[in-house]
Design a protein around this ligand. Structure first.
Ligand code: IMP
Ligand code: MG
Length: 403
């Protein structure tokens, strides 16, 4: 039965890939349910670095079926290249990757539109990944976009389509991977199999619940999973929220706990905070309890997976926002207007740094007292328990907490 949804609780790049990789070994299938190649998941296996944009992380786990559901916008060229690269590195993809033919396509024209729009916005640009995400979802909502299955049908019947030959070729090469992902997952769940729905981006980039217009063009919250999988909302068994021990953001938009200067540079270097898709340096800041609490509520998070705790080993003191101050007044909830979020000044709780390496910790008792106090604070403040704490980029650098 279990369908576990894994989503990001901040502005993306929380380390979802790392967490999906860790739990994929126990899953029969992993499904992407929204976004597109704007996502960038990085995972290290030994010294090997893998970056994924469209293929679910579960592909590194031999027995796991990987699916792309209809909620994802697919760039066939990127997807095909990703498949080829993985196969060149000895990972079998054919037969293990299924794509719903109802996926909407990103065309070269969408990419051009995305770039032009950002350019024409100048100072007011959104800072998109320029992968054509916004225009592709706009065309989907406007009911003028291509879907993968339909386009393949038209190519095969010899219609003139006005798309580059290489693009049409890539679509045809994906044909053998097409399947009714919704039905397959439905049947697997009925057979008692375990499925992970892997989110992209993060809660604060949700089209409606995030910091609009500085958001992506899809719903990133857990509830988007059953919609895009064509499943009942009752099918979701648990939601894991992935939180970084501090916060990062790429692109423009408000970020109340953002820091600048030497501390931000140090966080960026220690945490290797550069975009996996665009290579852009990520903006860095302290943990934001207001956002974590908001994410817990709008996603119904059952447990946190906290990543990159080890990056804070190098900081003393450590700060975490517990509220905002807006025009001289205290706010405990995230403001509804993005203009007001810009004005929010964090009210910080100050923690003494632990200044010792946490990388070797494999159980909670191995952590220094200061780190445990920080974790206790996160659980108590958000009212959600911790299930996983990661303390390094290697697969083994992970603590599993008992329920
Ligand atoms: P788009 O999704 O390319 O349209 O970009 C919209 C906003 O979402 C920009 O601020 C991007 O930097 C951000 N974004 C999109 N995908 C990701 C992601 O996977 N991680 C982090 N930020 C993302
Ligand atoms: Mg990422």
């Amino acid at each position: 039965m279990p369908l576990n949804v894994i989503i990001g609780a901040q502005w993306g790049d929380e380390g979802k890939g790392r967490i999906v990789d860790a739990v994929a070994s126990e899953a029969d299938a992993v499904v992407r349910f929204q976004g597109g190649p704007n996502a960038g998941h990085t995972v290290y296996i030994g010294e090997e670095k893998y970056v994924f944009h469209l293929i679910p992380m579960g592909i590194l786990n031999e027995g796991t079926l990987c699916c792309i559901s209809l909620g994802v916008v697919v760039d066939p060229i990127i997807l095909l290249n990703e498949i080829i690269e993985l196969e060149q590195r000895g990972i079998l993809v054919k037969g293990r990757l299924l794509i719903d033919p109802r996926c909407s396509l990103i065309t070269p024209e969408h990419i051009k539109r995305d770039k032009n729009r950002e350019h024409s916005l100048g100072q007011r640009k959104l800072g998109t990944t320029q992968r054509g995400i916004g225009p592709a979802f706009s065309d989907r909502a406007g009911r003028v976009g291509w879907r993968l299955g339909t386009l393949i049908g038209k190519i095969e019947s010899g219609e003139t389509l006005g798309l580059p030959e290489s693009y049409l070729d890539a679509c045809l090469k994906l044909k053998s991977s097409l399947a009714d992902v919704s039905l397959i997952i439905y049947n697997m769940l009925n057979e008692g199999k375990s499925v992970i729905a892997e989110g992209g981006q993060g809660t604060m980039l949700d089209l409606g619940l995030g910091t609009y217009p500085y958001v992506t063009s899809t719903n990133t919250v857990a509830a988007a999973a059953p919609v895009s999988l064509g499943l009942s909302p009752r099918s979701v068994d648990s939601v894991i929220g992935v939180l970084k021990a501090y916060v990062t953001r790429v692109g423009e938009g408000p970020f109340p706990t953002e820091i600048e200067g030497a501390a931000a540079d140090k966080m960026r270097e220690e945490g290797d905070e550069y975009g996996a898709t665009t290579g852009r340096p990520r903006r860095c800041g302290w943990f934001d309890g207001v956002i974590a609490k908001y994410a817990a509520r709008v996603n119904g998070i059952d447990e946190w997976a906290l990543t990159k705790l080890d990056v804070l080993d190098h900081f003393d003191p450590i700060f975490a926002a517990v509220a905002y101050e807006i025009d001289g007044e205290r706010a405990d909830e995230l403001p509804l207007n993005t203009d007001t979020i810009y004005k929010a000044k964090p009210v910080y709780h100050r923690f003494p740094g632990w200044k010792t390496s946490t990388r070797m910790a494999r159980k909670i008792e191995d952590l220094p007292f200061g780190a445990r106090a920080y974790l206790d604070f996160i659980q108590e403040f958000t009212g959600v328990r911790l299930g996983i704490v990661s303390v390094g980029y290697e697969r083994k650098c992970m603590i599993r907490l008992e329920n």
